[in-house]
Write a protein that binds this ligand. Structure first.
Ligand code: G
Ligand code: G
Ligand code: MN
Ligand code: NA
Length: 254
């Protein structure tokens, strides 16, 4: 496999970089966090999307070293940002279930925070919904452990794939990230609207926050606001960008 070969020989520090997409609270339009998104500039091929190489890295196990690289950079960046602006923004970091499955993830996270001198409340771990269903390890233990460390957790791409309304209640989760696929159809599809409304109502009742992903239009925002969705992330208010660009576009208020 070509991508597999290129990934094996990748020089992480030269070929990988992170971009950061702001997350905003709808109520006061304040930036409350950033999602770290991995980018790969392969010297011969050019940009390769994480949607194309992450699944391969998960199959080969290389996601473990890639995930460690992402964690290091993301913690370094949020520390610099928060100390510079005297803020406590959260860095949302995507973590693959393969990373959690193949190491003592909780101890590893604790050591990473110590090593990078980062506060746990600067970190939000994003885990894809499907990941919480299969796998023989206990996701429940992971969520409880993260909460004990003071690290928050979000379920990514919520509302797609398998039904998850019941098991969410068992887990110590802080936030549901409503899948872009649902947001995409919010204006014209009654079913999508119904599902989103159900999610925001359920989350509200259980004390979980909701964030809508991939919000591109004002009319989508209006519907989400009216439904009581807490936060948004999307091209409407901010694209994934370098930290310098994010800082330029967002007035940081203390
Ligand atoms: O940014 P983009 O839409 O191209 O990302 C595509 C997919 O890759 C998303 O589902 C996102 O969750 C995933 N992704 C991006 N960065 C990371 C990362 O650092 N680690 C993991 N595991 N997945 C990532
Ligand atoms: O990890 P997750 O699946 O949450 O990744 C989010 C992905 O969605 C990122 O790859 C990001 O580039 C993409 N994204 C974020 N906001 C928008 C948006 O408004 N429109 C589109 N098309 N993609 C978005
Ligand atoms: Mn994500
Ligand atoms: Na997602």
């Amino acid at each position: 496999h070509r991508i597999e070969m290129m990934l094996k020989s990748a020089d992480y520090d030269r070929e990988f970089y992170l971009v950061f997409q702001p997350q905003y609270r709808i109520e006061d339009r304040k930036m409350i966090g950033l999602e770290a998104l991995l980018r790969w500039q392969q010297p011969e091929t050019g940009n390769i999307s994480p949607g194309d190489f992450i699944p391969i890295a998960e199959e080969t196990g290389q996601i473990i070293s890639i995930g460690a690289w992402v964690m290091d950079r993301a913690l370094e960046e949020i520390k610099i940002f928060n100390e510079k602006h005297d803020t406590n923004l959260k860095m949302a970091i995507n973590v693959s279930p393969v990373q959690i499955q193949n190491m003592d993830f909780l101890s590893w996270m604790e050591e990473k925070l110590e090593e990078k001198k980062a506060h746990p409340y600067w970190v939000d771990i994003e885990i894809t919904e499907g990941a919480t269903i299969h796998g023989d390890f206990s996701m429940e233990e992971i969520f409880v452990g993260l909460a004990k460390l003071g690290i928050s957790a979000s379920i990514d791409d919520f509302g797609t794939g398998y039904s998850s309304l019941s098991y969410i209640k068992r887990y110590h989760i802080d936030r549901l990230k409503i899948a872009k696929e649902l947001i995409d159809h919010i204006t014209e599809d009654e079913n999508s609207r119904l599902i989103i409304r159900a999610i925001t109502m359920m989350a509200g009742g259980m004390g979980l926050k909701t964030i809508a992903e991939g919000v591109e239009e004002t009319c989508q925002l209006k519907i989400l606001e009216e439904m009581g969705c807490d936060e948004i992330q999307g091209y409407l208010w901010g694209r994934p960008n370098s930290m310098a660009q994010v800082e330029k576009e967002n007035v940081v208020i203390q």
